[in-house]
Write a protein of this length. Structure first.
Length: 220
């Protein structure tokens, strides 16, 4: 059974000791890193159990996944292979075999069909391309506006969460300040009592010695 990993929360809106004392902040960070290692957690922000796991992009599309990996690796795109668009004659010229001439003729017919398809696509693009691009751009604008609204809503939620955290931490901070002052007063009272006890013990010892001296004088 998996045990729930503990989370770390800080009173960032209340605790100002770190900003006022950089050396203390470094010690606290080192201590947190040591605790995370002890608990089996990596010292990384993305390892927080409250953050959902990474979502694999293009898991069902290996071509897009490979392209994304190429972009992330900063690998340049290789140039277009133009050999398939050329019409090379047989290498041996007039001495070529029948098979070589048939392969060259097959390639020429494929290039001719490609040119026909290119001409047809050009005509279709000229007739319908402008409207298709307008519709596509309109859809992109709709998607863009939808994403902008989603981002704005998410930013509002983040602001609300930060505001709630600030209010909660400010309220808790006041309680912590009051408890810290009370603790300081109690410690001070305990120290005063200990000092008073030590003083009384010294006085008692002094009186005991004086009593012993007086008893000795009276016995003589």
């Amino acid at each position: 059974m998996d045990r729930k990993r503990p989370t770390f929360e800080a009173l960032a809106y209340y605790d100002e000791d770190g900003s006022n004392n950089p050396e203390l902040l470094d010690k606290v960070k080192a201590e947190l890193a040591r605790e995370r290692k002890k608990l089996g957690q990596r010292v990384a922000v993305d390892n927080d159990p409250r953050i959902p796991p990474k979502f694999p992009l293009f898991a069902n599309n290996p071509l897009l996944a490979a392209e994304l990996q190429r972009i992330e690796s900063d690998v340049k795109v290789s140039g277009i292979d133009t050999k398939r668009f050329q019409l090379p004659p047989p290498l041996r010229g007039d001495d070529a075999s029948m098979e070589e001439w048939e392969a060259a003729l097959k390639n020429a017919r494929a290039q001719l069909e490609y040119q026909r398809m290119r001409t047809a696509n050009g005509a279709l693009m000229q007739q319908y391309g402008a409207n298709a691009w307008r519709v596509y751009n309109y859809r992109l604008e709709v998607v863009g506006k939808s994403l902008d609204r989603a981002i704005e809503e998410m930013n509002d939620k983040v602001t609300e969460v930060n505001r709630a955290r600030k209010n909660e931490q400010t309220a808790v901070g006041k309680q912590l300040t009051a408890l810290e002052q009370k603790w300081t007063e109690l410690i001070s009272s305990v120290l005063q009592i200990e000092i008073a006890n030590a003083t009384l013990e010294v006085e008692i010892q002094t009186l005991g010695q004086r009593e012993a001296e007086l008893e000795q004088m009276l016995s003589q």
